[in-house]
Design a protein around this ligand. Structure first.
Ligand SMILES: *[C@@H]1O[C@H](CO)[C@@H](O)[C@H](O)[C@H]1NC(C)=O
Ligand SMILES: *[C@@H]1O[C@H](CO)[C@@H](O)[C@H](O)[C@H]1NC(C)=O
Ligand SMILES: *[C@@H]1O[C@H](CO)[C@@H](O)[C@H](O)[C@H]1NC(C)=O
Ligand SMILES: *[C@@H]1O[C@H](CO)[C@@H](O)[C@H](O)[C@H]1NC(C)=O
Length: 551
C-alpha cells in the first residue's frame, strides 16, 4: 500500500501546496513586484466600480449599488475624474503589457464618459473645496498627464476643466471680502453659505483652491482664476493679524466669509486646518512666489514651538497636538490620520524636492531645515506605528496619544507600546492616503529603503483586509475593495463604501513609492494627489502672472 499511496499523497500535497502557493502569491503578489501588484489592485478595484457602479459618484462595493450626491441626482464624475491620472501614470510606467493594454481601454472609457456624458450644468449645491481639489484638480492633471505621457486627448480634459472652473468662480465674487462661501450651485453660480457653524467657511477649504486656479491661469493665459483665488489671503492675514502674537501663523479652523475674521479658537493640523499649511508651501513650489514660502516657514516654526509633543509610551512618538481654546489653552493629544501628510510636507519644505544626499554642501541647508527634516522623520515614524501596532495592520481614523490631556478612559484600546489609544468610535478606516503619501516623499528624498518596507507592509495589510471576494454561481471570483468599520478586530468588519481617494491618492502614492523615476523638484501634487508641473518662470512673466498682494 505504502508505495501506492505515498506518491499519490505527495501528488495531492504537491497540488495543494501549489494551490496554496499560487493563492498565497495572488493574495500577496507584492512579493514579486510591488508596482505590478499595485496595478493589479487598482484594476480590480476600478473594474468592480466600472462594472457595477459606472457613472455614479458614490459606490458600495458590497451592495454593488451606486448613487449620486446632489439634489438633482446628476453625476459630478467623483470617482471617474479622480481616477484618470492614476491610470495614465500606471499606463506609462507599467512593465506588464497586459496591464498596459487594460489601462489604455479603461482610460478611453473614462475619457468618452467625461466628454459625452459628464455635464456640469447641474442645478445642485456642491462643496467648492471638494469639487475643486477632486474634479478641477483631476481634470487639470489628466490634461497634464495626457500631454506628458502621450495618452488620450488632452483637450477633452482642459475643455471640461474650464467649463467647471467658470461655474465655480462666481463664489469668489459674492462675499464682501473675496473669501468664498462654502458651496455653489453649478447651474446658477449662486454661492451658498455653510448651513451649520453660523455660515462660517472652513479656513483650510478656501485656502486650498489656489494651486488649481493658478494652474488653470498658467495653462489658458486667463489671469482671472489666479487673481480671484489669491484674494483670500489679504483679509485672512490682515483682518486677524495672523502673524501677530495672538495667532503666530496658526489658524483657527473657521472664518466668517463676510468679515474675514476667524470664528472660534480651535487650532489643529487635522480636518479644516491641514491643507492651509500645505498650500502655502506648495504654491511656492509650484509658482515660485516667495511670499508663500515665508508664510509657510513662519507657521512651521510656530507649530514646532506650540504644538509638537512626544507621547508618554515606550516609543516616545512625536505628534502635533490640537489647541481647542487658542494658543494659550491646553494641548490635546488627539491626532487625526489626516495629519499624517505632514511628514512628507515638512520634508519637501526642508529640501525643496532635492534628495537629502545632495544637500549637505548646500548653503540653503540651514539649521531650520535640519530641524524640519527631523520632525518629518519623527512624524512619519509615528504614522507608521499607527499601522504597525494595530491588529489588522491598518490605521484607525483617529488616535489619542498617551498624555495628560485628555486622560484615557477604560473603554479605549491601548497600543502595545502604550504610546496611543483608540476610542471605540474612531476605529474605522476609509483607505486614506496620508501615511503612504509621506512614505513616498520620505523615500525619494532620503533614499532610505525602510520607507519602502513600511509601504509594502501597509499595502499588504490593505490587500488582506479591504479586499472582498465574492464567488459567483459560475465559479468566477468577483474582487472588490472597501472601507472598514473596525481595524482592531481581525477578521475586519467591512463597510459598504469606496472613497475616490483610494484610487486617486492611496494607490497612486503607493505606486510612486516603488517607482524609481520620480523627480520631486519637477512636479507638485495638489491635496488630492493630482500632479501639476512646476511653472516655467519665463512663461509666468510673459503672461504677467504675479502675486497680487503683500503684507
Ligand atoms: C511614457 O512617457 C514618455 C514621456 O514622458 C514617453 O516618451 C513614452 O513613450 C511613454 N511610454 C509609454 C509606454 O507610453
Ligand atoms: C480631441 O478632443 C477635442 C474636443 O472634444 C476635439 O475637438 C478634437 O477633435 C479631438 N482630437 C482628436 C485628435 O481626436
Ligand atoms: C477669463 O475667465 C473669466 C472667468 O470665468 C471669464 O469671465 C473671462 O471671460 C475669461 N477671459 C477670457 C479672455 O477668456
Ligand atoms: C501686469 O499685472 C499687474 C498687476 O496685476 C498690472 O498692474 C499691470 O498693468 C500688468 N501689466 C501688463 C503689461 O499687463
Amino acid at each position: 500500500m505504502r508505495w501506492i499511496t505515498k506518491p499519490i499523497i505527495s501528488v495531492i500535497v504537491a497540488i495543494f501546496a501549489y494551490q496554496l502557493r499560487s493563492r498565497y502569491l495572488k493574495d500577496t503578489p507584492s512579493l514579486n513586484d510591488p508596482k505590478v501588484a499595485i496595478e493589479e489592485t487598482f484594476l480590480e478595484s476600478w473594474i468592480d466600480y466600472r462594472s457595477n457602479g459606472w457613472g455614479y459618484d458614490v459606490y458600495g462595493p458590497i451592495s454593488k449599488k451606486g448613487k449620486n450626491m446632489g439634489r438633482s441626482g446628476d453625476p459630478l464624475g467623483w470617482i471617474i475624474v479622480d481616477s484618470v491620472d492614476t491610470m495614465m501614470i500606471m499606463h506609462n510606467k507599467t512593465t506588464d503589457e497586459a496591464h498596459r493594454e487594460q489601462f489604455s481601454k479603461e482610460i478611453n472609457l473614462a475619457e468618452v464618459w467625461i466628454r459625452d456624458t459628464l455635464n456640469y450644468n447641474i442645478d445642485s449645491e456642491v462643496n467648492l473645496f471638494e469639487t475643486t481639489i477632486r474634479m478641477l484638480g483631476g481634470l487639470l492633471s489628466a490634461y497634464y498627464c495626457s500631454e506628458t505621457y502621450l495618452i488620450g486627448n488632452s483637450t477633452v480634459y482642459l475643455d471640461k476643466a474650464i467649463d467647471l472652473a467658470d461655474r465655480l468662480v462666481p463664489t469668489f465674487l459674492q462675499s464682501p471680502t473675496g473669501i468664498p462661501y462654502s458651496s455653489v450651485n453649478l447651474a446658477s453660480g449662486e454661492a451658498i453659505k455653510n448651513h451649520v457653524d453660523n455660515g462660517a467657511s472652513s479656513t483650510a477649504e478656501f485656502t486650498t483652491l489656489q494651486m488649481e486656479f493658478k494652474y488653470l491661469s498658467y495653462v489658458t493665459g486667463n489671469s482671472t482664476y489666479w487673481k480671484l483665488s489669491e484674494r483670500v489671503y489679504e483679509p485672512l492675514y490682515k483682518n486677524n493679524n495672523l502673524l501677530g502674537p495672538h495667532h503666530q501663523g496658526l489658524i483657527p479652523i473657521f472664518t466668517n466669509p463676510d468679515t474675514g475674521v476667524f470664528q472660534g479658537s480651535v487650532i489643529r493640523f487635522g480636518s479644516r486646518g491641514d491643507s492651509f499649511y500645505e498650500y502655502l508651501l506648495k504654491q511656492y513650489l509650484l509658482t515660485g512666489e516667495k511670499i508663500y514660502r515665508n508664510l509657510y516657514y513662519k507657521s512651521m516654526s510656530s507649530m514646532q514651538k506650540h504644538l509638537l509633543r512626544q507621547s508618554n509610551g515606550k516609543l516616545r512618538l512625536m505628534y502635533i497636538g490640537e489647541k481647542d481654546y487658542g494658543l494659550n489653552g491646553p494641548t490635546s493629544s488627539k491626532f487625526d490620520h489626516l495629519v499624517c501628510f505632514m511628514g512628507g510636507l515638512l520634508a519637501m519644505g526642508a529640501t525643496g524636492g532635492t534628495p537629502y544626499s545632495e544637500l549637505a554642501s548646500d548653503s540653503e541647508w540651514t539649521a531650520n531645515h535640519k530641524s524640519e527634516w527631523k520632525v518629518a522623520e519623527g512624524l512619519t515614524r509615528t504614522c507608521y506605528e499607527m499601522y504597525n501596532q494595530i491588529p489588522s495592520g491598518l490605521s484607525p481614523e483617529i488616535v489619542v496619544f498617551n498624555s495628560n490631556y485628555p486622560v484615557a478612559e477604560e473603554s479605549w484600546w491601548k497600543s502595545k507600546s502604550e504610546d496611543y489609544f483608540v476610542k471605540p468610535l474612531d476605529a474605522h478606516n476609509i483607505q486614506r492616503p496620508e501615511t503612504v503619501e509621506s512614505l513616498m516623499f520620505m523615500y525619494h528624498l532620503s533614499g532610505n529603503e525602510q520607507y519602502r518596507n513600511w509601504g509594502l507592509k501597509i499595502f499588504n495589510s490593505f490587500v488582506e483586509n479591504t479586499k472582498v471576494i465574492k464567488v459567483a454561481d459560475s465559479g468566477e471570483e468577483k474582487i472588490a475593495y472597501t472601507s472598514l468599520r473596525n481595524v482592531l478586530k481581525v477578521p475586519t468588519r467591512k463597510a459598504d463604501n469606496l472613497e475616490s481617494f483610494w484610487l486617486a491618492e492611496t494607490l497612486k502614492y503607493l505606486y510612486l513609492l516603488f517607482d524609481d523615476d520620480v523627480d520631486l523638484s519637477k512636479i507638485v501634487f495638489n491635496t488630492e494627489a493630482h500632479p501639476f508641473p512646476v511653472f516655467d518662470q519665463s512663461r509666468l512673466n510673459e503672461l504677467n502672472l504675479t502675486t497680487g498682494w503683500k503684507l
